[in-house]
Design a protein around this ligand. Structure first.
Ligand code: PAF
Length: 317
């Protein structure tokens, strides 16, 4: 099975190694300046299940080669660019595993930009809860426990692509949970990200610190605002359930620097737009006032002091 992994950040690197070690013929597509290094040094996972793999590495701007299954592991704000690359390989079952909302329209926009009809690309969304830290190019550490959620046998045309990806990920040693109400799981994860990621990113603290004040109170306010928006969108999460789940994730990923904090650490743009920005946008539609969410969106849409300068303007929702 030829598997193309687009993006070699924390999640892309981890999954590329796992998929390669379970027998996949993995090719990783990255920006030109990383190709030689990753090809030379290979990819390595540290943590409770250390492993490494040598994989083919190609420039995402050039020919990607044939693929039977594509994983798009870039950040939410890079989805459109990634879709312009994979648009050259229509028809391949494609898995998205980014945090946040409104991912598929971004991919569709990228596909259209290169003249590919989005209906010809079977796009599956998954929700990943694995905490992974990028240590350097091609090197990651798995820092806790997590799983991947996929829709249970979904609508007709996506049934086979979902099964294919569920099989590949389970074969690679990941815990795969298939659920009937997948959109609800997207919101469940969004609540966690909307609470954890901005607070850790603004204050430079690991997830575990959110069990203590003042971070706890800030995370709870963001959780509550996102929970109200979820309810307005038709996804009710009782407050105690949402808070319990938040602190379960905080405990299970205590040592992790959230993906948003890792972006801030590297002076890169963050996913604030597809996480809190998406909450704010929907909240406005429902006439909800979300002061905490508005504050973190404002704050994280500008460079964060102490971090390197962003490589390009952060995205505003
Ligand atoms: O974005 C992240 O970092 C992760 O989704 C999570 C679960 C918050 C763990 O850090």
């Amino acid at each position: 099975m030829r598997i193309l992994v687009v993006g070699a950040g924390a999640i892309g690197t981890l999954l590329a190694v796992r998929l390669a070690r379970s027998g996949g013929e993995v090719r990783v597509a990255v920006r030109g300046d990383s190709v030689d290094r990753l090809a030379r040094d290979g990819l390595r996972v540290e943590g409770p299940r250390p492993d490494d793999a040598r994989v083919d590495v190609v420039d995402s701007a050039g020919p990607l080669g044939a693929s039977d299954a594509t994983l798009v592991a870039v950040k939410g704000y890079d989805l459109e660019a990634a879709a312009r690359s994979i648009g050259r390989l229509p028809g391949v079952p494609t898995l998205l595993i980014q945090n946040g909302l409104d991912l598929i329209p971004r991919v569709e926009a990228g596909l259209r930009a290169v003249g590919t009809d989005p209906s010809g690309v079977p796009i599956v969304r998954g929700v990943l809860t694995l905490p992974v830290t990028l240590l350097g190019p091609g090197r990651v550490r798995e820092t806790g426990v997590g799983w991947v959620v996929l829709p249970s046998d979904g609508p007709g045309p996506l049934r086979e692509p979902v099964r294919l990806w569920a099989g590949l990920l389970a074969g690679a040693g990941l815990e795969v949970r298939r659920v009937p109400d997948f959109e609800r799981e997207v919101w469940r994860k969004l609540l966690v990200n909307a609470a954890i990621n901005p607070v850790t990113a603004m204050h430079g603290v690991e997830n575990g610190r959110l069990a203590q004040e003042p971070w706890r109170g800030q995370a709870l306010q963001l959780l509550e605002e996102a929970r109200q928006v979820a309810a307005a969108e038709g996804f009710e999460f009782p407050r105690e359930e949402a808070e319990r789940e938040l602190f379960e994730v905080v405990r299970a990923t205590a040592a992790n620097r959230s993906s948003m904090l890792q972006d801030v650490d590297r002076g890169r743009p963050t996913e604030i737009g597809t996480i809190s920005g998406a909450v704010l946008k929907r909240g406005r539609r429902h006439g909800l006032d979300l002061p905490g969410t508005r504050r973190v969106v404002d704050r994280l849409s500008r460079p964060v002091a102490g971090a390197g300068a962003p490589t390009r303007a952060p995205e505003r929702p």
